[in-house]
Every structure is written in C-alpha cells, then in structure tokens.
Design a protein around this ligand. Structure first.
Ligand code: NOJ
Length: 750
C-alpha cells in the first residue's frame, strides 16, 4: 500500500518535471527528486539499512530465513558474495517486491579481470599500455556480470605499487601514476558506460582509498607512511581521475595512513575526496575495515568505530555490521547528526536510481557469456600483455616446421591456475591452456608433453626424467613455469620472489640439454628472473593470462603476432633492491657506472671513506634488471627527429612533441611510444623522469611514422606539500620505447 503510494510519488515527480519544462529538468534533477522523495518516506532503521552490506555465504536456495527477514524489513542496502544467479534474483525480488519501500539491492561482486570470460590479471592488462583494450575488457565483464544480476563491481583497483613483494600488485597497474590513471579511467568507462542505466553497465569502485599499495615491506595490510607530496603527486592521482570520470563508488582501505586508518580518515575521505574533489558517489568500507578500526587500536569499541567511520565519510559498511548495530544509538545519544546518515543514504540511493534498478533490478537475462567477441578481446589482451624480455639469437618466433615441440612445466596445462587471482565466476573448463592450444596448432602428435612437476609448489623431482626425455626428443622446448593463482593476491605477499617448488632445478636440468628453450612465466608476481636469462634462450613474461592464455601465446610463439607489451613495473635483479622504481626523486649523489664501487674491487683495509660516494649497492649496483616500460619485439624500432612546437612556453600554452619511429626489422609490429619529462629544478625535489604520454603505433617493415603528443601546463603541475604549482624553468623531454629512452629535447616554461 505504502509502496504503491511511493511509486506514485516518483511518477508524479517525473511527470511534473517533464510537464513543466523538460529543458529545465536534467536527468540529475529527476534523480534528485526521486531520491529525496524516497528519503522523506524512510524510517531511521530503513536509512541505516541502506548503509549495510550483507554477506551471504550460504548460497543454496531457499534463502536463510534470517536474511530473508532482514531484506524484507529494509535492513539491507547491498549484498556481497551471492554467487548463484537464482539467489541474486531471489534477494532482489524480496527487496523490490516485499520490502515496504521496494528499494532494490546493490549486488556487489569482485569482477576484477573479467566475469566469465577471464582476461589477463590486471598487472598484465596494464602491460598492454592500451587503455582502449582495457576498456573493452571492462565492458565485456560488465555485460556478463549484469546478465546474471550483478550490478556493482569492486574494481578497478588503482593502488600504486612499487613493491613486488606485495601480493596485491597483481591487481594493480604497477608503479606509475600516469599509466595507472589511464587504465583506471578506461576501466571505469568500460564498466559504467556512458549511462549507468544501460543494461550492460555496472557501477564501478575505485579502490583502495588510499595508499594501500605502500604497505611497508610489501606485507599486506601493513602500515603506510606517505608524505603529503607523494600522496598528492603519486597515490591520489588515479583516484582523482576516477572521480572526474564519475566513478559510482570508492572503497576505503585496510591500511592506516600516517597513523590514521583509511576507513576512519577524515582528511582523505571527508576533506579531500568529498569536499575538495566534490565526489558525488558513495564510499564503501573494505571488508570489515570499520571493525578493524578497533583492531588498529584507533577505536575503543564498535560504537566508537562506527562513529569514526561515519564521521570520516564512509557511507556503507561492508560486512562489519557496525553501522546496523550502532548508528541509531549514535543519533539517539546526539553524538552524530541524522544529516550524516541522510547524506550517506542519498549517495547510495542516487547510484541505485542511476543504475535504473527501480525500473529493472533483475538480471538482463540474455545469454551474454563467453561470446565470440569476448574471446577475441581476451586473446588480444593476452597477445598485448605478454612481455618479451629476452630473445637470444632470434630463437623466436618459432618455425611451424619444427618436427617435435616439448611442452613442459606445471602451468602448461593448468586451466584453473591460468585464470589468476580474484576469479569467482570463471570456469576452468573454459580456459584454453598452452598445451591445448599448441596441440591444436601443431597437431597433438608433434607435441611431447610432460609437466615435470605436478603443481608449481611440488618439491619432488619424480616427473623430471619424463620431462627431460620429452625435451631430448624434441627440436625445441617450451617451458611453462610460474605460480598457482593462490600464491598471488590478497594476503599473499612473498619475501622471496623466486619460482616455488623445484621449478628452478627443472629449468636448470632442461637447460643442460642445449636445446633451443623458451621460458614462459605465468604468474601474478614479479620474479627475480636474472638467473634464467643464462639458462634459456627466450623469456616471455606471460602473467596469469586468463581464459585465452593458450591461443594468445601460440600467436606470439609462432610469430603470428609480434610482442608489444611493456613492463608496468620495474624488474629488480634481487629482492634486496626493492623498492626500486623508475620515477624516484633525484638524489644528491646520483649513481653511474663510473661511480659504482664494486664490492670485490675494494682494496683490503681501504681507507675509511664513503668510497664511490653515490647511491648504489656495493653488490648489486643501481640498475634494475629491466626498466619500467621495457619490452622486446620481433622487430626493432628506431626513434629519431624529436621536435617541439615551441622551445619556450607560458603556463597557458600547449606543447606539441613529435618524433619519428621507424620499423627497421623484418616484420610488422606494434610499439608503445612513451614520452617522459624531467623538471630540472623545483621548489621541492622532482623525479628523475615521469611518464606523461604513451601511444601504440603499428608499423610495417621499413615503414616510418611520426608520433605526436601534446602536453598541457596541467601536465607540469605538482603538489609541493602545500599547494599545486606550475613552476617556471627548464624541462627535458624524451621519446622512446622504455623509461631509458635517450632521444631527448628541452623546453622552458616562462
Ligand atoms: C577485501 C579486498 O581488499 C577488496 O579488494 C575486495 O573488493 C573485498 N574484500 C570484497 O571481496
């Protein structure tokens, strides 16, 4: 009865809006009208209900009566981890048809790198340096998810990650704020589309706000200490871009930042996000991170934790139940104002209205899963994310004429593991493994398969003989090594970044045969690969590639496509170099080959000086193994003729930078042209280099093209700890295909 009444109010509001003068009533105004009329009808319990996210691990029908009642009473605003479409449908039906106000649920899920079609893990997607492609992957994930009733994803993750020990770097776009920002924008666009109410759109979540990736020592959930300059110039950057892109929600983090947990942080949420940036969506806590305020010792009890979180600006409580247990009491005791609750509920309802849930809260019902288009995009993503790190004597691409090919390794035929971390909805039956794809391409009779190790962690060597024989009886050896997916991701940080189990020994044993050997590493972790460079001819970093791993690898291995991926994170030579990232600040003692004093060159009882006097390690120098932005191709590209539209600009001018790229090798290929700058003198110390633009360019053999980039004064801006500034002075600008680009020019800002 009341529900009917309310729906009439909605319709009335809309008709009124259009009848008066439709041009005066924007979509936003109509949404506001709907939300306001709903808010007026809501009891305090119903309001708090909207701020409560329920988890449901019991996924078999019928729904547990306890949950049924909660939803029916309007005490649930969202549900997480509801896995079966039937259960989603049932919960949504209860909320929409049986609760007093008929407010539909946000069905939240970790749709991280695909829903049913699984794309490469996120760090791999970043290695594509192809935001357009990343957008397509998110569009497909959104379409698939919504077709089963999921309307909200906890993605994209945009934590800057400079420490490969941190298990969650696999979910990130790596170490660079510009690349991360571009991938974040593309993902939000892909998930949300132009209009959230489109049947193929879902609400996105920018996470984890903020600084989570800076966990000390790379230990997940650990303390983060980030000075204001770094916070603004590095860690907040992608979040700000996501807010400008109208991301529907933001997830606060698990970490404490400079002493204050991010799920109770007034400065980052209330002040920066909501006030300074004007974020209109809602903030959801991470899993029980409101409860964790107590564990941090930042709140004395659940009441205190709820108070701190709501005052900081967290609008929805993921799975602590602290809001549902405490908010009413906080209002009744006059500790918080009801307006705080109204603001949070308004934000949540706005997203629900924008998603069109009041018109249709249910699954889109068409069968949108694993379409041909989705599989094509997934394969393309594998091709563009797999980084070629070494290709001695041009052993790659392989000729199809090799009579016998050995396929070895625990990841060669591991359909579940190749999907990677955070996969709830992918089915291993849909994964095409490297083994299956190579057998399909060459014919099964030409493939000698022996895994060598049962799983990536196997310590025994009982499969070695078979693997060695398979290699011995083949013309070329393909090793698919790496990690099971569970060894990467949340709470799975690692102190030693070598391949687990007996994989090192297996690689070594095979390398003794002297056969042409290609190693493909399938993982979400950055391993210390320097030792393998001596043992194998070619090395591909394949990440966990998802559903179409096998077919994507085949195209690369046999040269149907040339590799074009670039590293989104610096590859250290040894764990002791971590953190090592390309865009570090300039030091007063910059290292060089000349200044590196090598450990064994130091004379015995040398005079007690600082010797080389520069910033390096006696034993490992100062260079990483592979720099950010690096990745080989089957051809070579020559960069020349860097030109600037002006050499002196004002802070209102844009600057056009062009350079010539020529394909000087024998095959058609794509390269990622990258533009870096250095601000030579600043009021605070500036980074040695910063990525500002990148572009994919496809070139035929012998072909050359001019690549053009435009920089704006905005790109030269930085936060000096107090404010954003653009400072006059000289800048260097480089164009090339890694962060070691040497083709340079200069300009001055006056
Ligand atoms: C905890 C993770 O930190 C977060 O990324 C994820 O979205 C939530 N759990 C929900 O599963």
């Amino acid at each position: 009865m009341r529900k009917t009444k309310l729906h009439i109010i909605f319709i009335f509001g809309i008709i009124m809006a259009f009848a008066c003068d439709s041009s005066k009533f924007s979509k936003e105004m109509i949404t506001e009208l709907k939300v306001d009329s709903l808010l007026q009808e809501m009891t305090i319990e119903e309001k708090i209900g909207q701020m409560n996210q329920l988890m449901n691990f019991v996924d078999s029908m019928p729904l547990d009566p306890y949950f049924y009642d909660l939803i029916k009473q309007g005490k649930v605003g969202s549900a997480i981890n509801v896995f079966s479409p039937e259960m989603i449908q049932e919960m949504q039906r209860i909320a929409f048809e049986e609760s007093r106000l008929g407010i539909p649920l946000l069905i939240g899920r970790d749709v991280i790198h695909g829903y049913r079609t699984i794309f490469p893990v996120n760090i791999g997607l970043a290695a594509t340096f192809n935001p357009e492609l990343v957008m397509e992957t998110a569009q497909i994930a959104a379409m698939e998810a919504r077709s089963e009733g999921v309307n909200w994803t906890f993605a994209p993750m945009m934590d800057i990650s400079r420490d490969p020990r941190w298990g969650r770097m696999v979910e990130s776009s790596g170490e660079d704020p510009y690349l991360t920002e571009q991938i974040a924008i593309a993902s939000v666009r892909g998930f949300q589309g132009n209009d959230l109410s489109n049947k193929n759109s879902i609400a996105a979540t920018a996470k984890h706000y903020v600084g989570y990736g800076a966990a000390i020592g790379g230990r997940d959930y650990n303390t983060t200490l980030i000075p204001e300059t770094e916070l603004r110039n590095i860690y907040l950057k992608p979040f700000k871009a996501a807010v400008q892109e109208n991301v529907a929600s933001i997830m606060s983090g698990f970490n404490e930042l400079n002493g204050v947990p991010t799920s109770g942080n007034v400065y980052t949420i209330r002040n920066i996000l909501k006030s300074e940036w004007g974020f209109k969506g809602f903030v959801v806590s991470d899993w029980a991170s409101i409860k964790n305020l107590q564990v941090h010792g930042y709140a004395k009890d659940s009441l205190d934790a709820a108070q701190k979180a709501i005052q900081a600006g967290v609008d929805m409580d993921m799975c602590s139940n602290y809001y549902s247990e405490n908010l009413k009491q906080l209002i009744e005791q006059g500790i918080i104002e009801e307006e705080l609750i109204d603001d949070a509920v308004r934000r949540i309802l706005t997203v629900k209205v924008e998603l069109g849930l009041f018109e249709n809260p249910y699954a889109t019902s068409e069968n949108e899963l694993l379409t041909e288009k989705a599989l094509d995009v997934a394969k393309k993503a594998v091709i563009q994310s797999t980084v070629l790190l070494q290709n001695k004597n041009d052993v790659l691409p392989l000729s199809k004429n090799n009579k016998k090919v050995a396929v070895i390794g625990p990841l060669a035929n591991a359909p579940y593991e190749q999907m990677g971390t955070w996969v709830f909805d992918g089915n291993e039956e849909n994964s095409v493994t490297p083994l299956a794809a190579i057998q399909e391409y060459l014919g099964a009779d030409r493939v000698n398969y022996a895994p060598g190790l049962e799983i990536s962690r196997s310590l025994d060597k009982k499969g070695f003989n078979k693997a060695i024989n398979a290699a011995r009886n083949s013309d070329v050896v393909l090793l698919f090594m790496g990690d099971e997916s569970i060894l990467t991701g949340e709470a799975h940080s690692r102190a030693m970044l070598t391949l687990p189990g007996s994989q090192n020994e297996l690689i070594h044993a095979i390398s003794q045969l002297g056969k042409p050997t290609v190693l493909v590493i399938m993982t979400g972790v950055i391993h210390m690969v320097e030792p393998y460079l001596k043992e194998v001819d070619a090395l591909f970093y394949g990440w966990h590639p998802g559903t179409m791993g096998g077919p994507g690898y085949v195209d690369l291995l046999f040269g149907l496509e040339s590799p074009s991926a670039k590293l989104p994170m610096t590859f250290p030579r040894t764990e002791g170099q971590i953190p090592i990232y390309y865009n570090h600040n300039r030091t007063g003692h910059p290292p060089s080959d000349e200044s590196w004093v090598k450990m064994y060159d130091i004379p015995v009882k040398a005079w007690q000086t600082s010797l080389g006097n520069t910033s390096h390690y006696l034993d490992f120098g100062f260079e990483p193994l592979f720099e950010f932005g690096f990745g080989l191709s089957y051809t070579e590209f020559n960069y020349s003729d860097i030109k600037l539209s002006k050499n002196v600009i004002s802070n209102k001018d844009s600057l056009i930078i062009t350079a010539k790229i020529k394909n000087i090798g024998g095959v058609q290929a794509e390269d990622v042209a990258q533009l870096y700058i250095r601000d030579l003198v600043g009021s605070i110390v500036r980074p040695v280099k910063e990525l500002k633009r990148f572009k994919r360019v496809r070139l035929n053999p012998g072909e050359e093209k001019i690549v053009e980039f435009t920089l704006y004064p905005e790109d030269l801006k930085f936060h000096n700890g107090e404010q954003w500034v653009i400072e006059s002075g000289e800048f260097h600008v480089w164009v090339g295909n890694s962060s070691k680009a040497s083709l340079r020019s200069e300009f001055e800002l006056k």
